[in-house]
Every structure is written in C-alpha cells, then in structure tokens.
Ligand binder design. Structure first.
Ligand SMILES: C[S@@+](CC[C@H](N)C(=O)[O-])C[C@H]1O[C@@H](n2cnc3c(N)ncnc32)[C@H](O)[C@@H]1O
Length: 230
C-alpha cells in the first residue's frame, strides 16, 4: 500500500490515489460526515458554469467533482494524473472526457478555458504555486478560478474539536472502511500543514490572479477561493 509523505513526491501521490480509487467516493461521504455533497454544491454555485462554456476540473479524480459542470451544460474537461482514479471514473462515467495530465504541466493551450477549478486537489500537488500559474495560463483573460480546499476553522473551540477528529478519529475510521488506511494519515497531516484562508489567497495573488476572495464552508473546515484572470 502506498502512502504519500508531506514532500508529496508525484509518483507516490499518484500511486496512493490509484490504491484508493475504487472506494474513494464512498470514503469521502463517510469521513466528511456527509458534508462533501454540500461542498460540491457550493463549488458549482461559485463556478456558475453556463451552457457552452469550457470548464477545466483539475485533479478531478474519478470525475465526481466534474458532474455539476456537465449538468449545467458546460463542456467540462476532468484532468488528473492518477490513472487508477481516471480508470475508475471512466468505468462509472464513460460520458466524461477524462484526461491524463499533471497540474504543473497542463496539456492545454493558453487561454483555453472560461473557468478552471480544483477541488481537494491543490493540497496534494507538490508545487501548488506552479499549478496556480498553469491554471492562470490556460484560463482566458476575464476567466475565473475556484479552488475548493480544506482550510482552518475560524472558531477556536470548534477548531480544537476538529483537529482532534482529524488526528484521532479519522485514522481508526479509515482503517475499518478504506482499502488504504495509511492514505488517511497522509490526509490528516496534509490538511494540518496546508496554509489558512489568507495564506492561500496570497498565493493566488502571487500567481497572478486578481480579485481574489474566499468564503468559508462548514465553519472554515473548507474554504472556496475565487479569482479572475486579468
Ligand atoms: C482528493 S482527490 C480529489 C478528486 C476530486 N477533485 C474530488 O473532489 O473528489 C485529489 C486528486 O488530486 C490528484 N493530483 C494530485 N496531484 C496532482 C497533479 N500534480 N496533477 C494532477 N492531479 C493531481 C490526485 O491524483 C487525486 O485524484
């Protein structure tokens, strides 16, 4: 079983997701205590894809995060570098144009998309700043980005309870449900070492995105960051 470490070697990250692909969506529902569905609805609203628009869903995994954009009538390109996740997605959703690609070297032309989004992916990319610059490159001027990622709960008492959940409850629950429990130790560690809301906003700005803002979901367990390509 493969478990990535915090240096996020791309071959280890991809292999870890290959391992969990078959039960990935089930685990999401269980471990997020059902919240993941609400988070996906919020992402769809923030992206606000319109019929005919081209949307890149980066680190799309099995394509679950891409479905709302297809449902809105957009042309969605789900892209990921784990072949295991892509194959599981292809088996379940043959209609999606699942595409293999690395977030830091995207196989797309400049200005190709109206909107680019990434859900629970950026934290796993070894060089997230390079990915944010690539996302900017493939977005048309005036186009938008939406990043959905775990963040920092804003209310201190809740933050304490949540951190306890991450470090103590999540790994044993994962041991009983997951095909690769070690992957969920990585999940907890990677969430704890990820920048908070203001930190990620600053990184988006540094990558060249303008009008950067964020919105907290579930008290800041997750944050949605938005930006526009100047
Ligand atoms: C937690 S899953 C998220 C999947 C999906 N977006 C969702 O919301 O369910 C993270 C995904 O990021 C992908 N990933 C990590 N680093 C990547 C990179 N450099 N390029 C492309 N995909 C990457 C992994 O393969 C994995 O499928």
């Amino acid at each position: 079983m493969t478990r990535a470490t915090l240096d996020k070697q791309p071959h280890e990250v991809a292999a870890m997701f290959d391992d969990v692909a078959a039960r990935y969506d089930l685990m999401n529902d269980v471990l997020s205590l059902g919240q993941s569905r609400l988070w996906r609805t919020a992402v769809a609203r923030a992206v606000a894809a319109r019929p005919g628009e081209r949307v890149l869903d980066l680190a799309a995994g099995t394509g679950t995060s891409s479905l709302p954009f297809a449902a809105a009538g957009a042309t969605v390109v789900p892209c990921d570098f784990s072949l295991g996740m892509l194959l599981e997605g292809k088996r379940r959703r043959p209609e999606l144009a699942l595409t293999a690609g690395d977030a830091t070297r995207l196989p797309f032309a400049d200005d190709a998309f109206d909107a680019v989004t990434i859900s629970f992916g950026l934290r796993n990319v070894q060089d997230p700043d390079a990915a944010l610059r690539e996302m900017l490159r493939v977005t048309r001027p005036g186009g938008r980005v939406v990043v959905c990622e775990f963040s920092r709960p804003t209310w201190a008492p809740f933050r304490t309870v949540y951190t306890e959940y991450l470090m103590r409850a999540l790994p044993p629950v994962a041991r009983t449900v997951s095909s690769n429990p070690a992957a969920y130790v990585y999940l907890a560690e990677s969430i704890r070492s990820w920048p908070d809301q203001a930190g990620l906003a600053a990184r988006l700005q540094r990558a060249g995105w303008s009008r950067v803002a964020w919105r907290n979901l579930t008290g800041g367990v997750v944050a949605l960051h938005r930006g526009t390509k100047p």
